[in-house]
Design a protein around this ligand. Structure first.
Ligand code: GLA
Length: 379
């Protein structure tokens, strides 16, 4: 399908195509830039980039998804790299061409089922699949690919991000979650078979897109840094439970408390998943939301109402537990929920009851964790 789009646009077949899934972070938010832990899974919604090299120095890009089109010379693309921050698909292409010193023209198509601005990492998926296409047949090791994709957003688009999204998408495996230790720059995949235990994850998109650049994300990064300085530590991953009490500034104290307790919750989820205690995982998700809401101040009224709607089904469950939290940076975007599969229609009813149709969040079921970045072409 994605390759057909390319063919109909450019009347030839692409040379290379990569597919990058979105991710949902099950737990561990606002920890990565303080050397902390997070536990994302890849989802089935994805972005596909198809690329065909040209014999001249022209570039043509088309995104069916954002109905964005551009064509011009490679020289112009290189010159635009000085205009920062860049925006849109064109901005991603300019950044990647500049970072990788591309000197040959190409045609590009981008198709995607991933909604932008929903906290599902559509930006990291685009940056990774674009870089993978432009560098093929070289296969960049993750240790190079991930910082390059991060640089696209940090250096060119003016968006601060940690390495959570890029690492999740690069390493994801079907049926597994990726435990990321940002401080160690390490990751491992762990079995995450909630489906066999009769549970489902849901992504509940509040359709209130947030732009990271315009949000208070950078302020939080800065506050977290000041909190770790107040404790005399290189980052808050080095802190012990209770250390936050030594911080005089009440705002920085709360920021530190969130990050320190969130790292502990990630570890607790890994342990609970290991013994297939999904009710405990659900409970930890809800605790994470409280911390993100009260200590980290990254929730919004609609995110809170969505979480409350999910937790409201609790007393109607025959067995198991429901849990929910905002996922990603917050300030809008999506909620991730863990609900017994038998209660799927209860969840839908709860959302219908809690919201008028126009503002009702869209719930997408995640039946299992998906695979990560993948080459589609050449096969
Ligand atoms: C955004 C960033 C990530 C991470 C999350 C919050 O998604 O891109 O690196 O900081 O916010 O956990």
């Amino acid at each position: 399908m994605d390759q057909d789009t390319f063919r109909s646009l450019y009347q030839c077949s692409p040379d290379v195509a990569f597919r990058a899934p979105g991710r949902v972070n099950c737990i561990g938010d606002h920890t990565d830039y303080q050397g902390g832990l997070s536990l994302p899974i890849a989802i089935s919604l994805a972005t596909t980039v198809c690329l065909g090299w040209r014999d001249d120095a022209q570039v043509a890009i088309t995104s069916e998804f954002e109905s964005e089109r551009w064509s011009g010379s490679l020289l112009e693309v290189h010159q635009r790299a000085q205009e920062r921050p860049l925006q849109g698909l064109y901005g991603f292409v300019v950044a990647a061409v500049d970072l990788l010193s591309i000197e040959r023209g190409f045609n590009l198509s981008v198709t995607s089922t991933l909604p932008a601005g929903s906290g599902l990492s559509s930006s990291a998926a685009l940056a990774l699949s674009l870089i993978a296409c432009l560098t093929y047949p070289q296969t960049l090791p993750p240790a190079r690919l991930i910082p390059l994709a991060q640089a696209v957003e940090n250096q060119y688009l003016g968006v601060s991000t940690g390495i959570l999204d890029q690492t999740a998408i690069t390493y994801a495996k079907a049926g597994q979650a990726v435990l990321i230790d940002a401080g160690q720059r390490s990751q491992e995949t762990i079995p995450f078979d909630f489906a066999s235990a009769g549970y489902r994850f849901w992504i509940i998109d509040t359709k209130t897109p947030r732009s990271l650049a315009a949000s208070a994300y950078d302020t939080r990064v800065d506050e977290a840094q000041r909190a770790s300085q107040a404790l005399g530590l290189p980052n808050l991953r080095q802190a012990n439970p209770g250390d936050w009490q030594r911080i005089a500034d009440p705002v920085l104290l709360r920021r530190a408390r969130h990050i320190i307790t969130e790292n502990l919750r990630v570890q607790a989820v890994v342990e609970a998943a290991g013994r297939s205690d999904w009710a405990e995982v659900a409970e930890l998700l809800s605790q994470s939301h409280q911390s993100l809401r009260d200590d980290y101040d990254v929730s919004t009224a609609i995110l809170d109402r969505t979480v409350e709607a999910v937790l409201g089904i609790q007393n109607r469950l025959v067995r198991g537990k429901a849990g929910a939290r905002l996922t990603g940076a917050g300030f809008g975007g999506s909620v991730v929920a863990l609900v017994p599969e038998a209660a799927s229609s209860l969840l839908q009813d709860a959302l219908q009851g809690a919201f008028e149709p126009a503002e009702r969040p869209v719930a997408i079921a995640v039946d299992q964790a998906s695979e990560g970045l993948k080459r589609l072409l050449p096969e």
